[in-house]
Write a protein that binds this ligand. Structure first.
Ligand code: MG
Length: 301
């Protein structure tokens, strides 16, 4: 099939041979943090080095949603539908309220500043999980060079009391994250330190226990190549659609690479959206693409 690279016959059922990869916009710096708003029929996406968040809709195309964005990166929505975001320059995780004001939910842990929150999800109990690696403040390009104060860490934030807990800190550079559809598993990509001669770059999988408050395990689940996994999402069957240097890789829950959606530039993140959550939006460096699939995004982001 043109535009697809099939590694496993199961992949044929997940894609549509007559659905093209469509370019929705180009000329950006580095797209990240896509999040779908079905209630507004639009996508928000960070144009990270340009310090802005863009909005795309079928009828209106691409416009600027927020500028400056404080070098926003990953996004999600909470259980009330509010926008949750990671900010490199703000070194924080924030929530956009329904009146448009922005509330900082976390910017410190035990008195020390967070580094550069990268990606974020919200569990069904309302808890907010996010990664906090160093690389967002390693250079001036994505928010300004600053000194890290904390080790690279995966956190869980309880918005009811604002408490922040370390869920895992044995990472060199935690990046994207996603629950399995039943929330029994948490996948976290490890993509750093990116400039090390032999960086650890793979997706790890943790077991989620004690009502979503404890992790165990953390084995290597899959190694994406070429490139590495940055952001990714699950479909309703638990397959993972991951960023890679040569497109979007689809990985089965058993860790098998099923196939690849060919994309002409490096992919950083993806999000399901559109009608029935069947359209995959693809952040590909300076270009925004979308493709209709024959699956649906998991209800949990
Ligand atoms: Mg990322």
């Amino acid at each position: 099939m043109d535009g697809f690279d099939i590694h496993d016959p199961r992949f044929r059922r997940l894609v549509l041979p007559n659905a093209p990869l469509v370019k929705l916009g180009e000329g950006y710096a580095w797209l990240e943090g896509p999040v779908w708003f079905a209630d507004h029929n639009c996508l928000l996406v960070s144009d990270l080095p340009n310090n802005r968040i863009l909005r795309w809709s079928e009828s209106g195309g691409v416009s600027v949603f927020r500028e400056p964005s404080n070098f926003a990166n990953g996004h999600a929505r909470d259980r009330q539908g509010r926008l949750l975001g990671c900010s490199h320059r703000g070194r924080c995780v924030s929530r956009t309220e329904l009146d448009g004001s922005i509330t900082v939910l976390a910017d410190r842990f035990e008195g020390r500043r967070l580094n550069s929150p990268n990606d974020i999800i919200c569990a069904s109990d309302g808890a907010i999980w996010f990664t906090d690696p160093h690389y967002g403040i390693n250079t001036d390009y994505e928010g300004g060079k600053q000194e890290p104060e904390l080790p690279p860490t995966l956190y869980r934030l309880d918005p009811r009391d604002g408490s922040l807990r370390v869920m895992a800190d044995d990472f060199a550079g935690p990046n994207g994250l996603c629950f399995s559809p039943d929330e029994r598993l948490l996948y976290v990509s490890e993509s750093g330190p990116q400039f090390a001669p032999d960086p650890a770059q793979h997706i790890r999988v943790f077991d989620v226990a004690d009502g979503g408050t404890r992790l165990s395990g953390g084995r290597v689940f899959h190694t994406v190549a070429p490139g590495f996994a940055d952001g990714f999402r699950c479909d309703e069957d638990g397959n993972i659609w991951s960023s890679a240097a040569d497109g979007v890789h689809c990985i089965a829950p058993d860790g098998t690479l099923l196939g690849r959606v060919e994309v002409p530039s490096t992919v950083s993140n993806v999000a399901f959206g559109g009608r029935n959550r069947a359209r995959l939006f693809i952040c590909a460096s300076y270009t925004l693409f979308a493709i209709y699939t024959n699956t649906r995004g998991a209800v949990r982001p």
